[in-house]
Design a protein. Sequence first.
Length: 131
Amino acid sequence: MFRQFFQKLSAGMQRFMAGRYGTDKLNMTILVAALVICLIAGFVQVAVVNLLLTAVSYGLMIWAICRSMSRNTYKRYQENRKFLQFFDRIKDRDHRYYDCPRCRQSVRVPRGKGKIAITCPRCKEKFIRKT
């Protein structure tokens, strides 16, 4: 009896989520930030600050839920891709990233080489930057 109920519930959730974005690293980061802020709010004694932190944590949770329920999957994918690129750049200590002045293509060059001439792989524009 319980098994059939949970199978029907699972099938209903799968139908509901069909065509929706779901969760990703950005959503998980937003939810963890909301949880941390909510825990901090529990330790704060000042009522106004407590209320503000709680409101921010609820806002972050609602944002994460709206992102996961979104049907605009391309836009959510692009947001997550930009988020992951940002943190990959922070972790990459061996390279510098520059944008091409003509086409805005991101170009990765090694650090510590002094002034170098960089050629954009997309438009072949040459520009000089210090690494």
